[in-house]
Design a protein around this ligand. Structure first.
Ligand code: ADP
Ligand code: MG
Length: 353
């Protein structure tokens, strides 16, 4: 239905899209994944006609651009208008509907995203999930055939992610969706096609199963393992602790862990770093099983032949005993030239809200 052929787009000397080709079928749900800066948003803007490619072609079926709507991470609602008027403005101005017709269409779409009872409220009175659903309804009143969604789930708390995903699940049967997201579990559920972008180029595409479970491309594999686990390298004892803590919070957020749970993970990391010498560099790795409570923390440093947990050599007995209380499993092993502290974090605490 839509074909992008050899699209190039540069900002100054930087190539945001570099010979990008992609086909999007009618009513297909396409999820774009890739690192920050890989060109996902630029691709959506080219489709929307907000950005002109430098070269290449966008070919539409029958030569006519389908009606498109675009949804952004930060809703972009009209703050001074109530819910209903957020939805009636464009249909009246652009489609020339009467106020009555526009209101009728608006109410239908509010109904479909579950917001009919909120029609007299203002955007700031709505929860995040409701605001994003309102933004979607505002696109729907224009009767799009294609909905472009740029990180529609990224600014949302876990409950809101669920609400918006629920709406997308329904929409995917009715129209073409092209969505850029970091939420791989949701991409796996919704996508008919997953497209991995790397430096402005389609590196790999296929079914969710193919790309997310058994990718053929090395770059895709690296991206997926980067997304799955948190890696952090500490150069010395003077490393940036707030940054590490923020990364842990962000990582835990991805799995919808509560604030008490991520503070517990931060505490476990902090205590574990007290019993490992930091001076020669330390690697921190957190991994969480997707649909289980299990979370594994590993701290690895060059092996100096001194055990971390041994009674006689442990550099901080207090931290060790705190850590024992925080973990279901606490053990160490030597792997090649690294000494690894392996912990399975207490599952009850991971469930805290
Ligand atoms: P993604 O959405 O995958 O993070 P983008 O499409 O936003 O990537 O950006 C791709 C590259 O193009 C990035 O390196 C970004 O800095 C650059 N870029 C995007 N928009 C602009 C712009 N308006 N001006 C200059 N550079 C831009
Ligand atoms: Mg982007």
């Amino acid at each position: 239905m839509i074909e992008l052929a050899h699209i190039f787009k540069a900002y100054g000397t930087h190539r945001a899209l570099n010979d990008l080709s992609l086909k999007i079928g009618e009513k297909e749900t396409v999820c774009l994944i890739g690192k920050m800066g890989s060109g996902k948003s630029t691709l959506l803007k080219c489709l929307a006609g907000l950005v002109q490619p430098d070269s290449g072609e966008i070919i539409f079926k029958n030569g006519k651009r389908p009606r498109m709507g675009m949804i952004f991470q930060h809703f972009n609602l009209f703050p001074h208008m109530d819910v209903l008027h957020n939805l009636t403005l464009a249909p009246m101005k652009v489609l020339g509907l009467s106020a009555k017709e526009a209101e009728q269409t608006a109410m239908e779409q509010l109904e479909s995203v579950g917001l009919a009872s909120k029609c007299r409220m203002f955007p700031h009175e709505l929860s995040e999930g409701q605001q994003q659903r309102l933004a979607i309804a505002r696109s729907l009143v224009m009767k799009p055939e294609v909905l472009l969604l740029d990180e529609p789930l990224s600014a949302l708390d876990p409950m809101a992610v669920g609400e918006v995903t629920d709406v997308l699940r329904k929409l995917k049967k009715e129209m073409t969706l092209v969505m850029n997201t970091h939420k791989l579990d949701i991409a796996a559920e919704l996508a008919d096609k997953v497209v991995f972008l790397d430096r402005g180029h389609v590196c790999e595409e296929g079914s969710a199963e193919q790309v997310l479970v058994s990718p053929c491309n090395e770059a895709t594999r690296r991206f997926l393992s980067y997304m799955k686990d948190l890696y952090y390298t500490i150069e010395s004892a003077h490393f940036d602790r707030p940054e590490l803590n923020a990364r842990i919070e962000q990582y835990c957020n991805r799995f919808g862990l509560g604030s008490q749970a991520y503070r517990f993970v931060q505490l476990a990391v902090e205590e574990s770093l007290n019993i490992v010498p930091l001076d020669n560099g330390v690697h921190v790795k957190l991994s969480k099983a997707e649909h289980e409570v299990r979370m594994v923390l590993e701290i690895a440093a060059a092996d100096a032949g001194v055990p971390y947990l041994d009674e006689n050599s442990c550099c901080d007995e207090l931290s060790k005993s705190i850590l024992q209380g925080l973990c279901d499993v606490l053990e160490e092993r030597v792997e090649l030239n690294l000494r690894v502290l392996h912990m399975e974090l207490d599952q009850d605490r991971l469930l805290l809200k």
